[in-house]
Design a protein around this ligand. Structure first.
Ligand code: FES
Length: 165
């Protein structure tokens, strides 16, 4: 299970980081089109539906070539439009509705930024140079020219599995 210490919090101040750690914030960056910038933004406020998962737990486990998400814990992914950046695996996950999820590499095909993403209106934006990608990884606008690699996802009950193989 990814602990809170493993979660990238970008340029958050140490006080803010400590607050988030204590309040149970986790790798879920935002949902419903509200952005959370992990490195280049001045905005230090993660948004979205921050419920309080069990202390030290995000509901997301990275094990080898597999990510497992407990949707009862990672609640920001539980609803359509919810998304997460799993920094440890460099993967973006988005709930596209009807119990379907897309998983994409977070390594931007433009010049490799992997941790500076925003999501809104079904568009992932790499904040490094503002390349925009659809939820299936295809390029909507450059400078990126190549799509983001996508990964197989599967949902069983309340467990989402992403196959990185
Ligand atoms: S690295 Fe993503 S747009 Fe440049």
């Amino acid at each position: 299970m990814i602990s809170l210490e493993d979660i990238q919090t970008g340029n958050l101040s140490s006080e803010r980081r400590e607050f988030l750690r204590k309040s149970g914030a986790f790798a879920i960056m935002s949902m419903f089109g509200v952005s959370f910038f992990t490195s280049c933004s001045e905005d230090e406020t993660p948004s979205g539906n921050n419920t309080n998962p069990p202390s030290g737990s995000s509901g997301i486990t990275v094990n080898g070539n597999q990510i497992t998400v407990d949707l009862d814990v990672a609640t920001a992914l539980a609803n359509t439009g919810g998304w997460a950046l799993v920094s440890q695996a460099k993967v973006l996950i988005v709930n596209v509705g009807s119990s379907r999820f897309n998983a994409l590499t977070s390594i931007c095909t433009h010049s490799g930024c992997d941790n500076n993403w925003a999501f809104g209106s079904n568009v992932f934006t790499c904040r490094c140079h503002n390349s925009r990608f659809s939820t299936d990884g295809s390029v909507l606008s450059g400078p990126a020219l190549q799509p983001l690699r996508s990964y197989q996802t599967e949902v069983n009950g309340r467990i989402l599995t992403v196959d990185l193989g």
